[in-house]
Design a protein. Structure first.
Length: 372
């Protein structure tokens, strides 16, 4: 039994630490996942708490795992893990049956699991937690209570700082398709021979006032006594989807600029603001100033947003505002506004509003150094 408890302690500790860290690397991504669930369950009024809940969840997971693994306040850590598993195990079973959101987000964007895979993982973890909880009376303190609480509090403080750093300055590890060094067009290609989506098509026909469903194999193609009413297609097997499959840039005049941007041999700066109204006025002003500087120095500059044509046109500052899908913008960069530097369709660098270089950095001398 002692060996089983040790194995359970290591498993629980490592999984919860890993889960907490990958969420803290991308706290805004975790907030987006909370938003998806709130929308799926029609509780959108909780959206304003998405980011706070994301940071609270990843901190709780990390500290609980840290406590269980190191032995510092281990009883408290075991209890926190038990509470989390009691909440999330039945919840993931409901999600597995209803599938309102395809990816659970339990490991952020580092590892994608289906809802059924998540439930199976939670069953294993729950069993391990039960093993730990059954022996909780045998757990001994490593240090005196004050020293242990100081150590745990310090870990919490450092961890939250880490999450906030990633939130403000972009994730230290980019798990998304639009990472530095990626040539966007190459990630949009579908290889030859890969499986495509499979659909089950059903035809609805009517005869003598009665309706009946047929498949492609038995529908009454040559029987004129049946009258075609409708058809429906259901996705039964997902095919290959390229890492980047939804990248599109459209001008406010409905001109498709995607290929123009990706094929530009020179430098292009993309200012990305999924919602202009949600970005700080000062941050937008800095971006517009950079845009004017880039254009004067022969660098293409586009503002990508999902705010809508009317709002974008209201700025009327002579810059190129373009429409892009909001989910795509969220995937491209975790900042509002954020910036991507492209050359020949390849991502050279990414910045948030907080670490954007001074506009002079984008001068000819700096850009020439990137060309070498």
């Amino acid at each position: 039994m002692k060996i089983l408890r040790s194995a359970s302690r290591i498993l629980i500790g490592l999984v919860f630490i890993f889960s907490g860290i990958v969420k803290a690397i991308d706290p805004l991504g975790s907030a987006y996942k909370f938003h998806d669930y709130f929308q799926a369950f029609n509780i959108g009024f909780l959206d304003s708490f998405s980011l706070s809940l994301a940071i609270l969840l990843c901190t709780s997971e990390f500290i609980a795992g840290f406590s269980v693994l190191t032995g510092l306040r281990q009883k408290t850590g075991i209890r926190v893990v038990m509470i989390l598993m009691v909440i999330f195990t039945p919840l993931t079973l409901i999600l597995a049956f209803t599938n309102p959101v395809s990816d659970c987000g339990c490991f952020g964007d580092a590892i994608h699991l289906t809802n059924w895979q998540t439930f199976e993982k939670n069953i294993i973890l729950f069993a391990s937690v039960i093993v730990l909880y059954s022996g909780i009376k045998q757990v001994r303190q490593l240090l005196n209570p004050s020293a242990e609480w100081i150590a745990i509090s310090s870990a919490i403080f450092v961890f939250i700082l880490f999450a906030l750093f990633n939130l403000i300055y972009l994730p230290v590890l980019d798990f998304l398709p639009y990472k530095t060094g990626v040539k966007i067009a190459e990630k949009m290609v579908i290889p030859v021979g890969v499986p495509s989506d499979e659909y089950q098509t059903t035809f609805i026909y009517e005869k003598e006032g009665g309706k009946k469903e047929f498949t492609l194999n038995n529908y009454p193609a040559n029987d004129t006594t049946w009258k075609f009413i409708d058809q429906k297609s259901i996705l039964i097997k997902k095919g290959y989807q390229p890492p980047i499959h939804d990248f599109s840039i459209t001008s406010l005049n409905a001109e498709d600029l995607t290929q123009k941007v990706l094929s530009n041999q020179g430098f292009t700066v993309l200012m990305i603001s999924r919602k202009l109204s949600a970005a700080g006025t000062k941050h937008l002003s800095d971006g517009f100033e950079l845009g004017n500087y880039c254009i004067k120095n022969g660098i293409d500059f586009y503002i990508l947003t999902a705010s809508g044509t009317v709002e974008a046109k209201s700025y009327d500052n002579g810059l190129n505002f373009c429409s892009t899908d909001e989910i795509t913008l969220k995937t491209m960069i975790r900042a509002n506004p954020g910036y991507i530097l492209l050359k020949d369709g390849t991502i050279i660098e990414k910045w948030s509003w907080a670490n954007l270089p001074e506009k002079e950095w984008f001068g000819k001398q700096t850009m020439q150094s990137f060309s070498r």
